[in-house]
Design a protein around this ligand. Structure first.
Ligand SMILES: Nc1ncnc2c1ncn2[C@@H]1O[C@H](COP(=O)(O)OP(=O)(O)OP(=O)(O)O)[C@@H](O)[C@H]1O
Ligand SMILES: [Mg+2]
Length: 494
């Protein structure tokens, strides 16, 4: 039977606005462009943005193979390829969308200029304002003078930063204009912070390419340094034997590491091997998924265990290739992935070894920090952690230099008051701390010294005219977590 049908093409502007909200940030959008550069064989990517210019423009240039005029046009289409197409192992693409969605996630007008060996540049531009006028999917084919202007503007922008390389002539240049998201940052410092975040992100996501010497990425002419979350050659690292998971004809490799406890202290230092300038050990814990050596996901345990301070030394690396895409649910922004259930099960032993070891290392670090503090800082550190019979406690050092000097100068009665005051502060500190960590209990019985303190506090407050109710409340709040203590306090009522 003949069926009726109508052609329903999506209205371009509305479609573009919605499809570009794929959860991209500036960093993930830029990573999508760098993916394309790597796939095109580029060894060099130059990203430029002058934050002090009123009209913000961002340039991304590479020395990859470029595109012929025909390919350039076809690659601007939404989408430009079929997801089912077989791709080479260097190809980071999957959806045929990244160039367009990433660009539109940040800009309302972008131009791609490209050339192949020995040919002239051509330029294609998607411009939302133009689409509004035509109401159709009309791609602008830029005239030669506009193309030329973009190239010279890019070179001029580069010259405005230190270490420009006037000899660099890109094969592909992408120009983002109408940067509607970045435009909201009105202060230069905010924009620069975004660029710093971008620098850190790219240094992490592409670290394996940069470390291998296959790729140089420069942001405003400054080389991006790689950050390797798995510095396995570092002597302090413990590695857990590699494991494999078979899927079809492929193996997925996973490996666990435990950072040494010293990494906690060293992570705050500049150029630390353990953490990045704007990401702490806590944020960097967990499972890292690399697809074709490019980092997709990190900073958590992919719903296998929850992130926690005491797991901050544990990391697991999973290596997949684009052949495994069917098993993992990669998103268009290439910033998240879902681990199939059967792999989670296969990884259970690895996760359990890494987390157990990480917690052990975390506990050890408290003990060693206390020993170090006790040895080094008598009289220097006011509050330190100490391990007692009831677990770790915060202690105020009575020999803290200022306290010591004060006590010498005070009358015996006032020195006694100072001691009691410090004791109350110490108790309060531990109550607050214990509330947060839930890790320790106060002693069960009340000793003679504590009784004497309670009696003295009662006396000081009574002399100052406080009522029994007020005194009782203070004493119970400070000391009275155990029944025996409460009974002792109650017994003091006249
Ligand atoms: N810098 C570049 N140099 C050469 N070719 C490029 C460049 N950027 C994009 N291309 C071409 O344009 C095509 C479309 O890129 P796009 O990012 O939109 O999709 P994709 O990379 O195929 O898939 P994905 O959506 O997963 O990124 C690429 O497949 C590639 O052939
Ligand atoms: Mg792509």
């Amino acid at each position: 039977m003949q069926r009726d049908s109508v052609v329903l093409s999506p209205p371009p502007v509305v479609f573009i606005k919605s499809i570009s909200e794929q959860g991209y940030t500036l960093s993930t959008a830029m990573s999508d462009l760098v993916d394309n550069s790597i796939a095109a064989g580029a060894t060099r990517v130059e990203i430029l943005m002058e934050t002090n210019k009123p009209a913000l423009i961002m340039y991304v240039a590479d020395n990859g193979n470029g595109m012929s005029p025909r390919d350039l046009t076809l690659n601007m289409r939404f989408p430009s390829a079929d997801m089912e197409d077989v791709r080479s192992s260097r190809d980071m693409g999957r959806f045929g969308l990244g160039l367009k969605t990433a660009s539109f996630s940040q800009s309302r007008k972008f131009t791609v200029i490209s050339r192949t060996a020995g040919s002239y540049y051509e330029g294609r531009c998607w411009d939302v304002e133009y689409l509004k006028k035509t109401g159709d999917w009309t791609l602008v084919i830029e005239p030669a003078d506009i193309v030329e202007k973009h190239i010279t503007d890019f070179s001029a922008a580069s010259m405005n930063f230190h270490s420009a390389d006037p000899g660099f002539s890109p094969n592909t240049l992408i120009v983002w204009e109408e940067l509607y998201k970045l435009r909201k940052f009105t202060k230069n410092t905010e924009l620069n912070a975004e660029l710093e975040e971008l620098r850190n992100h790219l240094g992490l996501v592409f670290h394996r390419f940069i470390q291998n010497g296959e790729l140089e990425i420069r942001l405003n002419n400054l080389l991006i340094e790689p950050f390797d979350p798995f510095p396995v050659n570092n002597p302090g690292i413990q590695t857990i034997a590699e494991a494999f998971w078979k899927t079809g004809d492929n193996y997925i490799k996973f490996q666990g590491i435990i950072l040494p406890k010293i990494s906690e202290k060293e992570s705050a230092e500049n150029g630390s091997a353990w953490a990045m300038p704007n990401r702490t050990l806590e944020e960097l814990q967990g499972i890292y998924v690399y697809r074709n050596r490019r980092l997709i996901n990190y900073g958590g345990w992919l719903r296998t265990v929850s992130k926690a301070s005491n797991l901050q030394f544990g990391r697991i690396r999973i290596d997949i290739s684009n052949l495994n895409d069917g098993d993992f649910q990669l998103n268009v922004a290439k910033s998240s992935i879902k681990i199939p259930f059967s792999l989670k099960r296969a990884m259970a032993d690895m996760i359990s070894s890494v987390t157990t070891q990480a917690v052990k290392e975390y506990r050890d670090r408290i003990a060693s920090a206390v020993i170090r503090q006790n040895a080094l800082s008598k009289g220097v550190t006011l509050i330190s952690k100490q391990i007692g019979a009831e677990g770790p406690m915060l202690k105020i050092d009575p020999d803290f230099e200022i306290l010591r000097q004060l006590k010498v100068q005070l009358s015996p009665v006032n020195a006694g008051k100072l001691d009691i005051l410090m004791h109350l502060i110490e108790r309060k500190l531990n109550q607050i701390w214990q509330g947060e960590t839930g890790s320790m209990e106060f002693e069960q019985t009340i000793d003679e010294a504590e009784k004497q303190r309670i009696i003295k506090i009662r006396k000081y407050y009574e002399e100052a005219g406080y009522s029994w109710e007020e005194i009782r409340q203070l004493l119970i709040e400070s000391f009275g977590r155990q029944q025996e203590t409460i009974s002792f306090i109650e017994s003091l009522k006249k």
